[in-house]
Design a protein around this ligand. Structure first.
Ligand SMILES: NC(=O)C1=CN([C@@H]2O[C@H](COP(=O)(O)OP(=O)(O)OC[C@H]3O[C@@H](n4cnc5c(N)ncnc54)[C@H](OP(=O)(O)O)[C@@H]3O)[C@@H](O)[C@H]2O)[C@@H](O)CC1
Ligand SMILES: Nc1ncnc2c1ncn2[C@@H]1O[C@H](COP(=O)(O)OP(=O)(O)O)[C@@H](O)[C@H]1O
Ligand SMILES: [K+]
Length: 504
């Protein structure tokens, strides 16, 4: 699913109005009925509804919802804030006029002074102050109003977006003068800002409501941001032909492990094998030989000359891909081995974990990472490579810049993993869940991404579908075991099931 900017959504909306002859009142009506249904499916008419409406079409949505809820027997208090110079939008005025004598609605239009009403704990606050038309961070009376709403203990439902939040970048809103919703009901499209962790506290749970706007107009519109869905992964994954052999599914060298972290080699190896690699060789220190050969007998093991750390990475054969880093530590010998290996590499690599920490000790080394390599940092590893960041948003912006500069793919891990391509395209992956926050989970991902590159997928797609399948495997593991205590090996065990589900 493409993720559009607020400006693009506005132009899609205008195109629908102009070309398809739909009026803006009809669009508000569609949005409001979808929102009303969602509210009715969650809360009974015994819950008091308190509607805060702004002067634009976000306010119009809120007023239309107020009328619909009143028609369904809810008690509704409406406060319309008509305090800006421009006055009300046409749709907002239309719904205001309609509301003035609807039974069950207590309506107040504020044009000047405002005495805040008591918001009881059982109230459902409907936040329709501002949506995609917000021009600058809230200040003055609206800032106080938002603080007031946030300080109540009520349930807050934001229409389209929490008021005060922007659809894209929110660096300017770090002052937190934004409605903190319990539930955000986005109209037709999710926004870029929904996928950035800094905004999670504003959004609460979020859901996209379909109002059938994703018409021809949106299909033709280009966007650099994309939410990867199951159907996309299905389209990308190739079915295996009946007449096939392991030679068709590529070979991978996994450089992983050191004394005390051989488990990382095991997790990454399982990730690669469970996602269908044809042949896997693990290179690690000699101490890894027995545990690897016993716990993952499907993988070959190539021992370093050193007992406890990796000192030399010189592949003895051709491999379709080399994945480097899980559990290798940052011993001087290993840093030197990583440096020498990267300097002589020409094909795309997958670099994770301590592989990245080794690079962080030799910053110029990034210049020599082969183009289209995939690096898979979590926030901490990312900051070690590229310097400290104070927000997830700024980290994502740096990822876009560094991906272009070094011509590499940056898979930035998190609740929504972002796969950033050098051309600025970002795939967001949301298939995972809390169960994945477990040691070794990232190692499994490294194995999966390497395995898909070896199987012939381009590194950007291997990273994107790899992250999707990894997330889904974690979610499947959580279906059995809950979100506490899923092991990375459980995630690995569910990879083949995830792939089967996707292909079916
Ligand atoms: N997408 C769709 O298809 C559909 C979208 N729909 C809905 O429309 C919403 C977008 O509506 P919108 O464009 O009218 O903008 P909205 O958010 O109501 O705000 C504009 C008003 O706020 C004011 N204002 C701005 N910043 C301000 C500030 N800092 N402080 C104070 N005031 C400020 C601004 O005043 P101005 O600056 O122009 O003078 C103007 O009066 C969208 O979120 C969704 O809910 C559905 O109805 C139908 C289908
Ligand atoms: N709350 C969460 N929701 C979804 N995915 C998560 C969550 N927490 C962690 N993950 C995923 O789990 C993996 C953790 O990787 P990483 O931090 O490298 O773990 P480790 O270093 O232990 O292997 C990443 O793919 C990340 O996206
Ligand atoms: K809102």
């Amino acid at each position: 699913m493409k993720i559009f900017t607020s400006a693009q959504i506005r132009s899609i909306e205008n195109a629908v109005i102009e070309k398809e002859g739909v009026t803006s009142i009809e669009l508000v009506e569609r949005a409001a009925s979808a929102i009303t249904w969602e509210i009715m499916s969650r809360w009974r008419p015994s819950r008091p509804m308190m509607v805060f409406a702004g002067p634009g079409n976000n306010g119009a949505d809120a007023l239309a919802v107020a009328r619909m809820l009143a028609d369904e027997g809810y008690t509704v208090t409406v406060l319309l804030f008509n305090v800006t110079d421009r006055g009300l939008s046409d749709a907002c005025r239309h719904y205001r006029d309609e509301l003035t004598n609807v039974p069950g609605v207590s309506f107040t239009e504020i044009t000047n002074d405002f005495n805040p009403p008591v918001i009881t704990r059982d109230a459902i606050v409907i936040d329709g102050l501002f949506g995609s038309g917000l021009k600058e961070p809230l200040k003055g009376g609206f800032k106080s109003l938002v603080d007031y709403i946030n300080s109540s203990n009520a349930t807050i439902v934001s229409i389209d977006m929490p008021s005060g939040m922007f659809g894209e970048w929110n660096e300017a809103t770090l002052s937190r003068d934004v409605v903190h919703a319990t539930l955000t009901l986005a109209i037709e499209f999710p926004r870029l800002s929904f996928f950035i962790q800094d905004n999670a506290e504003f959004l609460g749970e979020w859901k996209v409501l379909d109002i059938k706007l994703a018409s021809n107009e949106s299909r033709g519109e280009q966007s650099p941001y994309y939410l990867l869905e199951k159907k996309d992964v299905k389209r990308i994954l190739r079915q295996r032909p009946e007449f096939c052999s392991k030679a068709d599914f590529g070979s991978m060298l996994l450089v992983a492990g050191c004394y005390g972290m051989i488990g990382a080699s095991q997790m990454a190896a399982l990730g690669a094998l469970r996602s269908g690699i044809g042949r896997l060789t693990v290179h690690g220190p000699r101490c890894g030989f027995i545990p690897m050969q016993t716990s993952v007998p499907e993988a070959m093991f190539h021992a370093d000359q050193h007992d406890i750390v990796i000192t030399d990475i010189s592949p003895k054969h051709e491999y379709d891909v080399v994945a480097l880093g899980p559990g290798i530590g940052t011993h001087d010998y290993t840093v030197r081995a990583v440096e020498n290996f990267i300097n002589m590499s020409t094909n795309p690599l997958v670099i994770d974990a301590d592989g990245l920490n080794c690079i962080a000790q030799r910053p110029n080394l990034l210049e020599h990472v082969p183009p289209m390599s995939v690096i898979t940092p979590h926030a901490g590893e990312f900051d070690r490579l590229f310097g400290p960041h104070t927000s997830h948003e700024s980290r994502l912006k740096t990822a876009v810049e560094k991906s272009a500069y070094y011509s590499i793919i940056i898979l930035l891990k998190g609740r929504y993993t972002s796969v950033v391509r050098p051309d600025g395209k970002i795939y967001f992956i949301g298939s995972g869940c809390q169960a994945l926050a477990t040691p070794g989970s990232g190692d499994v991902l490294t194995g999966i991404v390497g395995s898909f590159i070896a199987q012939g997928y381009t590194p950007d797609l291997a990273a994107a579908i790899g992250a999707y399948i990894h997330g889904m495997a974690g979610t499947l593991a959580a279906e059995n075991d809950g979100t506490f205590g899923v092991l990375a090996t459980d995630v690995a065990r569910n990879i083949s099931k995830a792939i089967r589900d996707i292909l079916n």
